[in-house]
Design a protein around this ligand. Structure first.
Ligand code: HEM
Ligand code: NAG
Ligand code: NAG
Length: 506
């Protein structure tokens, strides 16, 4: 809940605003609040709220996590909040989440509006994947994207081959550090982004390519911006958009990204041969061609750009962060690292490249990757959902239009479910015979209608990248360096603090 954490930027934003503007805004907000305030039967309990700020005064802004924990202690697993005038319901714990995401999947499949991004044209039938409202346009786009990702084997290289190839480049980049300490962040980002580049643009980039670096840099910046306080404020309180200024600046980088993607899409158009789809963009151009003439189509050029951009922003930071957690856990648990090494030596050996088929024979490595996703808790509160129709969860009434926060973290670390919720313990995913064990509360990709679209791809990447690195290297904490911290920093995703690593050839 980044929204609650940076009140100082509110002050600096207000200082630009004329007093009259501020006065009018507060007045409008007040009217709006009075108009919207309703009481519902069996609505989840929550702290009392006042106009405009809602329940915000009862939050500790410096430690929103602590406030939320206190709220769920006081009000239970399902509680309500009002932030500005948005009504939110927060879901915690395995039982509530299972009922919501699985049994009531469609009831909660909508997304709230993001008025800030509507200024970029992200709305209606052209909202890409991530921010799209639940409906026909989203369904068509999601089906198309999934099948295009899945069918990548056709013609040229399969997805698996591309990942295996990239894992080779990743290994070489690690090797060129020559056992000296380095921060693996940058190199891992390059490799993971290249997979999405290869899918969408048809080619990978050298890690030092100028255009590639610029694109990665812009994505990183725009993600940072998206989770800042001001953008969240503008999304929650659209009336603020009428004030002079700040949103224009915020949208600067996302607009640059769109221009850059448009350039690439235009290049594709020029060299496009409908008989040979080279990549995701080609496939999308084909759909646009097919849909020509019909009006309400999802397959238009704006959506081509938004969807491509969604694959980048949802698919790179998350996967790359997970790999950084995995290496960190290896640093901190040498005994677990040796077990992974032993399994790789037994099943694959030192020479052959790891491939997906090895996974079924490697329960321990598989458990380590699952435990990394559980313990790393990469996307703690997923993305906001919204009630698509009136619904009921654990006996509470949730009216259509209420924003629903699914606290995945509370399931991945549910104390009533996991044996050692707060430790890195791969045995969570192993039975007594050492075979792989599926766990129902393992939902780092969320679940239901809006489940992560890239789950299969991410699992492929994690297995191949991780195993390929582990086959070649032993990872060590550099000498004379403090032990890396386990405490996450919360930004776009919940990621480890920067750390240094030594990669010694085995
Ligand atoms: C370890 C890596 C990843 C994790 C932990 C992760 C997690 C998530 C989560 C929690 C959501 C929100 C689901 C919800 O709203 O309930 C999500 C959505 C999404 N993810 Fe991922 N993800 C990962 C990798 C990827 C990759 C590689 C791609 C790209 C191919 C991707 C594409 C998407 C998209 C497009 C959505 C939006 C789906 C929709 O709204 O219909 N993700 N992801
Ligand atoms: C969810 O659905 C399943 C199967 O339809 C049912 O057995 C279960 O009781 C439901 N759970 C809740 C919490 O409604
Ligand atoms: C989510 O759950 C975790 C763990 O139970 C808790 O610390 C955190 O405050 C919760 N966040 C929200 C938004 O409720």
């Amino acid at each position: 809940m980044e929204l609650l954490s940076v009140p100082r930027s509110l002050l600096s934003c207000c200082s630009n605003v004329t007093f009259l503007g501020l006065f009018l805004t507060v007045f409008v907000l007040l009217l709006d609040f009075l108009k919207r305030r309703k009481t519902w039967n069996r609505y989840p309990p929550g702290p009392s709220s006042i106009p405009f700020l809602g329940s915000m005064l009862q939050m500790d802004f410096r430690q929103p996590q602590v406030s939320f924990t206190q709220l769920s202690k006081k009000f239970g697993n399902i509680f309500s909040l009002q932030i500005c005038w948005r009504n939110l319901v927060v879901l915690n714990g395995f039982e509530a989440m299972k009922e919501a995401l699985i049994n009531k999947s469609e009831d909660i499949a909508d997304r709230p509006r993001f008025p800030l991004y509507e200024h970029m044209g992200i709305c209606g039938n052209s909202a890409g994947l991530v921010l799209a409202r639940y409906g026909r346009a989203w369904k068509d786009l999601r089906r198309f994207s999934l099948s295009t990702l899945r069918n990548f084997g056709m013609g040229k290289k399969s997805l698996e081959e591309r990942i295996i190839e990239e894992a080779g480049f990743l290994n070489s980049a690690f090797e060129s550090e020559e056992s000296q300490p380095f921060d693996p962040h940058f190199i891992i980002n390059n490799a993971v982004s290249n997979v999405i580049c290869s899918i969408t643009f048809g080619n990978r980039f050298e890690y030092n390519d100028k255009r590639f670096q610029k694109l990665l840099h812009m994505f990183e910046e725009s993600m940072k911006l998206a989770t800042g306080f001001l953008p969240q404020m503008l999304n929650a309180v659209p009336s603020l958009m009428h004030l002079p200024g700040p949103h224009q600046k915020i949208l600067e980088i996302p607009k640059q990204i769109m221009r850059c993607l448009k350039e690439i899409a235009d290049e594709h158009k020029e060299s496009w041969d409908p008989a040979h789809n080279r990549d995701f963009i080609d496939a999308f151009l084909g759909e646009i061609e097919k849909a020509k003439g019909s009006q309400e189509t999802t397959f238009n050029e704006l959506n081509l750009l938004f969807t491509t951009s969604d694959l980048f922003s949802a698919g790179t930071e998350t996967t790359s962060t997970t790999l950084r957690w995995a290496l960190l856990f290896m640093l901190l648990h040498p005994e677990i690292q040796s077990k992974v090494h032993a399994e790789i030596d037994r099943v694959i050996g030192r020479d052959r490249r790891p491939e997906l088929g090895d996974q079924v024979n490697m329960p321990f490595t598989n458990a380590v990757i699952h435990e990394t996703l559980r313990c790393g808790d990469i996307v703690p509160i997923a993305l906001p959902h919204m009630a698509y129709r009136d619904t009921e969860i654990q006996g509470f009434f949730i009216p259509k239009g209420v924003v629903i926060i699914t606290n995945l973290s509370s399931v991945l670390k549910d104390e009533t479910y996991w044996e050692k919720p707060h430790q890195f313990y791969p045995e969570h995913f192993l039975n007594a015979e050492g075979q792989f064990l599926k766990r129902e509360a393992f939902i780092p990709f969320s679940a239901g209608r809006r489940v992560c679209l890239g789950e299969q791809l991410a699992r492929m990447e994690l297995f191949i990248f991780f195993t390929t690195l582990m086959q070649r290297f032993t990872f060590l904490i550099p000498e004379n360096q403090p032990k890396p911290q386990l405490k996450p920093c919360f930004a776009v995703t919940s990621s480890p603090h920067p750390y240094q690593i030594c990669a010694k050839l085995r």
